[in-house]
Design a protein around this ligand. Structure first.
Ligand code: LHQ
Length: 261
C-alpha cells in the first residue's frame, strides 16, 4: 500500500497521508510521494485545489521516530539534513503553490504534522482532532515553520506555551485561538472539506494564487510595501479571463463560470 494516496476529481487533487499504523508519521518515501503530488498540483491545469488529509485515526504524527532512535554510544544524527532536504522544501512548496490547499485534520496532528496542517491555506479540524507541538517532549524545538506560524496565528504568549509545554490543544481551542479556520463535527469533516475544495476548484484560480501571495507576504511587509504589492498583483488579476467573466456575470446578474485563467 502506498504511503500517499492521490486522486483527482472535480478539479480537486485529494492527497491522503497513508501510514495509519504510525499515525501517518513521515518517512523518506512519504516525503518523496508528497513532493510528487504537490508538483503535480502545481503543474497540471486540471488541478485547481488540493485537499490534504490523513488515513485512519490520526492526521500526522510528524517525523517517524522509529527511524531516529540513536543507539547508546552512536554518533548523533545531524537533523538539519532531514529538515533541509524534506521539511523546509515541503513547507515552501505548499505556501508557494498558486492554488488553495484545504486541510482536513481528521485526528491528532503532532510535531511536524501539526505545522504541516498550519502551512495549509484553509484548515478544518474534526471536533475530536488535536494539535501537539510535541517537539519539546523529545528535546527539540518546533520546526516545519512552527516558530513562524504559531506566534503569527495565536500570539507569542500562546505560541510560547504550546512550544514549551508540548500539551495537546483541542480542535475547539485551536479554533478559538485562531490557529485554524473551522471546527466541524467528525462525521461531517470530509463532506464539508470536499465541498469547500470543490467550490474553490470552480473559482478564479489565478486570483486565489495572488491572494495567497499577498496575505503570506504581509506578515513581514510594511504597509507601504504591502500597498505596492497589492497594486502590482491587482494589475495581474485584472488581466485574467476570470476577472472579465466575474464582472460580466455581475452585470448580467448571473453566476460566473470561472475557468481558472
Ligand atoms: C509513531 C509516531 C511517530 C513513529 C505515533 N513515529 N511512530 C524533523 C526532522 C528530523 C528529526 C526530528 O523531527 C522532525 C520533526 C518532528 O516531527 S519531531 C516530532 C515527532 N513527533 C512526535 O514526537 C510525536 C510522537 N507521537 C506522540 O506523541 C503520540 O503518538 C501522539 C500524541 C501523536 C498520539 O498519541 P496516542 O493517540 O496515544 O497514540 P500512540 O502514541 O499510541 O501512537 C499510536 C501508534 O503510532 C504507536 O505505535 P504502536 O505500534 O505502539 O501502536 C506509536 O508508536 C506510533 N507513532 N507517532 N512520530
Amino acid at each position: 500500500m502506498s504511503s500517499i494516496l492521490v486522486s483527482l476529481d472535480g478539479g480537486v487533487l485529494s492527497i491522503t497521508l497513508n501510514r495509519p499504523d504510525k499515525l501517518n508519521a513521515f518517512n523518506p518515501e512519504m516525503h518523496q510521494l508528497l513532493k510528487a503530488a504537490l508538483e503535480r498540483a502545481r503543474d497540471e491545469a486540471a488541478v485547481r485545489a488540493v485537499l490534504l488529509t490523513g488515513a485512519g485515526r490520526g492526521f500526522c504524527a510528524g517525523q517517524d521516530l522509529s527511524e531516529r532512535n540513536v543507539a547508546p554510544g552512536a554518533a548523533p544524527i545531524d537533523l538539519s539534513v532531514t529538515i533541509g532536504s524534506y521539511y523546509n522544501p515541503l513547507v515552501r512548496r505548499m505556501r508557494e503553490l498558486p492554488k488553495p490547499i484545504v486541510c482536513a485534520v481528521n485526528g491528532v496532528a503532532a510535531g511536524a504534522g501539526a505545522n504541516l496542517a498550519l502551512a495549509c491555506d484553509l484548515v478544518f479540524a474534526a471536533r475530536s482532532a488535536s494539535f501537539v507541538q510535541a517537539f519539546s517532549r523529545i528535546g527539540l524545538l518546533p520546526d516545519s515553520g512552527g516558530t513562524y506560524f504559531l506566534p503569527r496565528l495565536a500570539g507569542s504568549a500562546r505560541a510560547m506555551g504550546l512550544a514549551l509545554l508540548g500539551d495537546k490543544l483541542s480542535a475547539e481551542d485551536a479554533g478559538r485561538w485562531g490557529l485554524i479556520w473551522k471546527v466541524v463535527e467528525d462525521a461531517n469533516l470530509m463532506d464539508e472539506c470536499t465541498a469547500a475544495a470543490r467550490s474553490l476548484a470552480a473559482g478564479p484560480t489565478k486570483a486565489y494564487g495572488l491572494i495567497k501571495k499577498a496575505l503570506y507576504a504581509s506578515a513581514s511587509n510594511t504597509l507601504d510595501a504591502q500597498l505596492d504589492l497589492e497594486r502590482d498583483l491587482q494589475r495581474e488579476a485584472g488581466y485574467s479571463e476570470d476577472y472579465r467573466e466575474g464582472v460580466a456575470a455581475f452585470m448580467q446578474k448571473r453566476k460566473p463560470a470561472f475557468k481558472g485563467k
